[in-house]
Design a protein around this ligand. Structure first.
Ligand code: IVH
Length: 334
């Protein structure tokens, strides 16, 4: 099965995860492998005698969707495995898992061309990768700038007991592995990595939505096992989402020191960008009209970095019934 990962949103949750791992293994220190969590599409690749035979997406987790002919057009995925340096021979049958993604440069370039040709633009890199794999005509997939990073190897034999070594072996066999992958120690090492990658995030060539920590030693992974759909030996620490959907309860009017009136959105509290947001600026009446925001609407709230939270747009599909337009007061409300 293709499983999912438990999520952590705070340092405390990582510390708790590490404590559970220590307790389960009856040890005081644990080595983890830390990896960026790419925002793309999970893929399972089957190789027979070093030749790509089948590629499948997650599907329902047990039965995937066969996307072999589309995956064959992705240059980063070897059709035939290679042997770099002193790489050992591979087992007759093996499975490589990883993430297919669209690098940001390719995404922007594709959209620039689409705009010029008056064709439809891609919404975001994640949807773009998923949509590209679903094409019925693989010539269309071939035109999309897709890339791939491998993050796991499975076979009946010949798989190193260390996850880091397994990744190095994948590299030697011709699979791209993320160069940001590191071995870290204990919760402190995990949290340091999270902070480092968070700083690097704006300069990375691809979108990530967090980092993943995996117990390095397979023997230890086996002791820890699984809970329902996720391993006990791994966790994803997510970056706070910068956009969330919530309800616009009302629009109030703030009177500034100079008498300027500013419409302010009163929101159903929502956790976005790492804080709970209850108010967001709507700037002025022109903005309210341009965005067609009405009390009772579902809205996208955005909070990037340290900027003031704002209402990015209305989720118009979710508007039910007639909502009345907001009007500025005729008299000073204070
Ligand atoms: S490991 C059982 N490593 O995140 C663990 N997953 O919630 C299997 N993902 O859809 C996943 N980057 O495609 C792992 N470095 C990484 C990842 C990663 C992205 C995705 C994965 C899956 C989801 C898991």
């Amino acid at each position: 099965p293709m499983l999912s990962l438990a999520n952590a949103f705070s340092a405390e949750e990582i510390e708790q995860f590490h404590e559970r791992v220590c307790k389960g293994l009856e040890i005081d220190h644990v080595d983890y492998v830390a990896e960026p969590k790419l925002d793309g599409v999970a893929i399972s690749l089957h190789y027979q005698n070093g030749v790509l035979r089948q590629a499948a997406t997650r599907g329902d987790g047990a039965t995937g969707e066969d996307v072999t002919s589309n995956v064959r057009t992705i240059a980063a995925i070897p059709l035939r495995m290679q042997r770099h340096g002193q790489a050992p021979a591979w087992p007759a049958s093996l499975e490589v898992r990883g993430e297919i993604y669209m690098p940001l440069a390719g995404f922007h370039e594709y959209n620039r061309k689409a705009r010029e040709a008056d064709e439809k633009e891609l919404v975001n890199p994640r949807n773009a990768a998923a949509g590209s794999l679903r094409q019925l005509d693989s010539r269309l997939t071939a035109q999309r700038p897709l890339a791939f990073y491998a993050y796991s190897l499975a076979a009946d034999s010949g798989v190193p007991g260390s996850h880091l070594e397994a990744l190095q072996l994948l590299r030697a066999w011709g699979f791209p592995v993320n160069p940001e992958v590191r071995r870290v120690r204990d919760a402190a090492g995990c949290l340091e990595y999270y902070a480092d990658i968070g700083e690097k995030r704006p300069s990375l060539a691809y979108e990530i939505d967090g980092v993943v920590f995996k117990v390095e030693q397979r023997e230890q992974q086996e002791i820890l096992g699984f809970v329902s759909r996720a391993p006990r030996w791994a966790i994803a620490q997510k970056f706070p989402a910068e956009e969330e959907i919530t309800r616009l309860l009302d629009i109030d009017v703030q009177v500034g020191r100079t008498g300027a009136l500013t419409p302010v959105a009163r929101l159903e509290p929502v956790f976005v960008g790492g804080v709970t947001v209850t108010n967001a600026t709507l700037h002025n009446l022109d903005e309210v009209r341009r965005k067609d925001v009405r009390p009772g609407d579902w809205v996208v709230v955005r909070r990037a970095g340290d900027v003031i939270p704002e209402v990015a747009r209305v989720v118009i599909e979710r508007r039910d019934g007639e909502l009345s337009q907001f009007e500025m007061p005729q008299q000073c409300p204070v």
